[in-house]
Design a protein around this ligand. Structure first.
Ligand code: THU
Length: 147
């Protein structure tokens, strides 16, 4: 199945929200700030930032913050996520790809060939991939069903 491609304007809008969310990053230990903007199937945008913890282990990535906010409000259908991450400061110096744990959380709720992941350094400097490209041959909810 072909995934519905987002327009350039939609992508820019998502990146802008991810950049705003990154300003809320609570990252006093790594000083690495991440923001994410998750686009729901019905067009809402739900943001998240990374939230660290003095005990390190309980820290949460920006992508999972956005997913868990959405799912905890009953929203479970998603089209895309924009992610921006770089060391502390306004400047985005790298494309921040989602970590393995976040990719697996995406896999729980998203169709791998459809869900689009945008990593950006600016509103007009980004890469778009599908979850299937970033998490090939994956394990998901349907593996647990007898069919
Ligand atoms: N981080 C994210 O928020 N998303 C990722 O996909 C990778 C890493 C956060 C976790 C931690 O707060 C900081 O970046 C450094 O690892």
């Amino acid at each position: 199945m072909e995934s519905d491609r987002l327009s350039q304007e939609e992508i820019k809008g998502l990146i802008k929200k991810a950049i705003e969310a990154r300003r809320k990053s609570y990252s006093p230990y790594s000083h690495y700030q991440v923001g994410a903007a998750l686009l729901t199937a019905d067009g809402q945008i739900i943001t998240g930032c990374n939230i660290e913890n003095a005990a390190y282990g309980p820290s949460n990535c920006a992508e999972r913050t956005a997913f868990f906010k959405a799912v905890s409000e009953g929203i479970c259908d998603f089209s895309a996520i924009a992610i921006v991450g770089s060391p502390e400061g306004e400047e985005l110096t790298q494309y921040a790809y989602p970590c393995g744990v976040c990719r697996q959380v995406m896999r729980e709720f998203c169709e791998p060939s459809q869900f689009q992941i945008i990593v950006a350094k600016a509103e007009d400097d980004y890469r778009v991939m599908t979850l299937a490209e970033l998490l090939p041959e994956s394990f998901g909810p349907e593996n647990l069903r007898e069919e």
